[in-house]
Design a protein around this ligand. Sequence first.
Ligand code: FES
Length: 260
Amino acid sequence: MCEISKTPKVATGDRAILPEGAKTIPIYVMGKQYQVPETLTIMKAMEFAGFRFLRGAGCRGGICGACPTVFRMAGDYKLHFGLACQTVVEADMYLAQIPFFPANRATYNFAEMGQAADAIHALYPELFRCVACNLCTKACPMDVDVLGYVSALKQGNIEKAARISFDCIQCGLCASRCMGEIPQYHVAQLARRVFARYIQPQAEHLKNRVTDIEAGKFDPMLDELSGMSKEDLEKRYVAREREPDMAEAGSWAPQDTSHL
Ligand code: FES
């Protein structure tokens, strides 16, 4: 275990004041110890300690992939990976933020890609440097089977790769661990694009809605909304028809269908 200062100083950032009686634990950021409330996420704990995120934070909801974090617990050799906005601090965490990892990103003319996997192989030949060590999967904070989609792509199965990688949030931790220097998340994103554009059947209702938008069907409604005062907009927002949270799929439709 690490040595913890006997008289730890409670860090107070300018945004948070320690609630009376709150238990604090030591964490280490860039090797320096900070005492933070044990209930906070890594992101909030760092802010509590006085750090300010200019980059490396976005949605704060586990979606944008801006806050990948690597940590190790004192006395343990194992590396752990998580999102700073989702992972709760634990005592004796040694933390490092990796908001960006320099991974190769191919440029391509999407209109000319087609659905053949050869095009992806040509753009990212490093795919075949994969040695199936699975460190990429172990590093993924979203539990995506990264090795699974890399293997699918090597076999030319774009649909399988697109489906396996669906939960990827592009944080880049997989690439940071890859001994083959593969930018897995960029390749998977391309696979999903190719799948959506060239392989998946096109949704009729989406096509119709795009036609409606292009024909200006919603312009009067948008004009009306943008001409309203803030107060009226708030009232309209509160009074809007809203699908119940637990409605069965297909069981609900608004009374006012004039904008559908
Ligand atoms: S800030 Fe968006 S995933 Fe953490």
